[in-house]
Design a protein. Structure first.
Ligand code: 5AD
Ligand code: SF4
Length: 489
């Protein structure tokens, strides 16, 4: 079902009856109730009501926010960037401690705004809310938050909001609805995409890997895959709606489909997605090295639509640390994988995630990471200082590495990352690359910006009429984090 069909379904709902039990009809019911409330509010205030959704963290959160914005817009809210809005939502991340600190900082600022506008509604959701200690802290120190919900019940957004604004008994309380886990996947809710020509598509939720440093399995729950038919139907709808590029999203896409009643592999899903006419580019993330199959490499090599680019988190170049991290591969196995990828797809771009300063990481182990980084010829890396997360096995490990040393390692690693990024970009100099045009560059309105199939950001002299199209661009200059070019005919 596309957005318009969903809107029609909502129109047909009878709100004089009690709410239906089944989903998504139950949510359609609350959306419709809120639409009526919104009309009255607009009249009362003599203006549109605004909302601001602030997203922290990864692509999964970004996609969740699009779902929340889809519901908000269907209700009738106007989306704004400013936190001085009638409704403000923080979709939070907790993968590292500073993500939490950022949210507390913003909540402090929000308090002041809300003092000026007591009718303002504030909501918190996302991974951070799955932690009991966080919810306790908010209950104690941020009393003016109105609604807290977690990662498993985003689909209930309209119901929670209507409790706040339509239910007298609930409206004065802080509404908290956080589920520990779920097996439920609710389809067919409105989604508002950031771009009309490209979109993320969830293929699975949760993670079963329990890497020893990582909080994701605790806050996103066990792995659940969507039915392939639902994924294909969604992408077909997106393509009809103008989408030419999809990013298939999952914490570990290579284990997609294993828990379905009729199991199917990720490569089989890719084959099916590839057949969708009108779809031009397929990306996916994230791939866990332990599950990346030869079959996937083969499918990628043959495909005309799957972008020749892979995000393959390494985390550490030390086999000993990889074992303690519970990653299920060692340095040699990882290198073999990279060799296989490069043998099958010579121009593949590989990016990665790396953690430095894991408990008791020695200089020698860090050197292993540096040398593996050199060897793998990465295009890009997201690098992090290890951050202990409560409840994970690594958080219980004694650590004898001073923070300054961790910081020093991060800086040394980042130097290599920078050097390699520039080196890898140089292979595109004077080449003609296909670019999906995003729009005018924020820094220079006369330039257009977009991404190549290798996920390289490129600023180029182009045409506004080509936004959303894939156009050929000649690379005229190469920088560390971006390319520059000119559109050619
Ligand atoms: N500390 C630092 N980095 C972390 N990551 C996940 N958990 C932690 C942590 N506790 C990093 C990993 C992962 C990326 C999304 O975040 O590199 O791949
Ligand atoms: Fe976290 Fe590991 Fe799962 Fe990635 S694979 S989300 S690092 S537990």
């Amino acid at each position: 079902m596309n957005y318009d069909t969903i809107k029609e379904e909502i129109k047909d709902i009878d709100i004089t009856l009690p709410p239906p039990q089944e989903e998504p009809e139950r949510q359609y019911y609350f959306i419709k109730k809120l639409q009526h409330w919104m009309e009255l509010k607009k009249e009362e205030k003599g203006r549109e009501l605004t909302c601001c959704v602030n997203t922290f963290g990864c692509q999964m959160n970004a996609r969740d926010s699009e779902k929340i914005i889809g519901i908000l817009m269907t209700i009738g809210y106007k989306v704004v960037e400013d936190e001085d809005a009638d409704l403000v939502i923080f979709n939070t991340c907790t993968v590292r401690e500073n993500a939490n600190l950022k949210v507390y900082g913003r909540l402090g600022q929000l308090k002041k705004i809300k003092n000026k506008n007591p009718e303002m509604i504030t909501m918190l959701c996302g991974c951070m809310m799955q932690e009991e200690s966080v919810v306790e802290k908010i209950k104690k120190s941020y009393r003016n938050v109105d609604i807290i919900f977690g990662t498993h019940n985003i689909f209930k957004f309209a119901e929670l909001l209507s409790m706040k604004v339509l239910d007298r008994a609930e409206s004065k309380k802080m509404i908290i609805d956080v589920w520990k886990d779920t097996t439920e996947i609710v389809e067919e809710l409105p989604v508002e995409r950031k771009y009309h020509f490209k979109s993320g598509v969830n293929i699975m939720f949760g993670c079963n890997n329990f890497c020893s440093y990582c909080i994701v399995p605790y806050v996103r729950g066990r792995e659940r895959s969507r039915e392939p038919e639902d994924i294909i139907a969604e992408i077909e709808c997106l393509v009809k709606d103008g989408v030419v590029e999809v990013m298939l999203l999952g914490q570990n896409v290579n284990s997609y489909g294993k828990n379905l009643e009729n199991p199917i592999s990720f490569t089989e899903l890719l084959r099916r997605v590839e057949k969708i006419e009108g779809l031009k580019r397929i990306r996916f993330m994230t791939s866990h090295p332990k599950d990346l199959s030869d079959e996937l490499i083969e499918v990628m090599a043959k495909s005309k639509k799957i972008c020749k680019q892979m995000h393959l988190p390494l985390q550490s170049g030390s086999s000993r640390l990889l074992k303690i991290m519970n990653r299920h591969y060692d340095k040699e196995q990882y290198l073999t994988l990279v060799d296989k990828l490069r043998a099958a797809i010579p121009d593949i771009g590989i990016s990665t995630d790396i953690i430095v300063g894991f408990p008791n990481e020695t200089e020698e182990q860090f050197q292993d990471t540096l040398s593996l980084y050199e060897e793998c010829e990465y295009d890009l890396a997201y690098t992090f200082i290890y951050s202990p997360r409560e409840g994970t096995p690594a958080a219980k490990m004694q650590d004898n590495v001073p923070f300054e040393q961790k910081q020093d390692r991060l800086e040394r690693l980042n130097e290599v990352v920078k050097e390699k990024a520039l080196k890898q970009n140089q292979r595109f100099l004077n080449q003609i690359v296909d670019v999906l045009v995003d729009g005018p560059s924020k820094r220079d309105e006369t330039m257009m910006t977009g991404y190549t199939a290798h996920q390289k950001l490129i600023n180029f002299k182009g045409r506004k009429e080509d936004i959303g199209k894939i156009v050929p661009v000649k690379v005229t200059e190469v920088k560390t984090w971006a390319l520059k070019g000119e559109q050619v005919d």
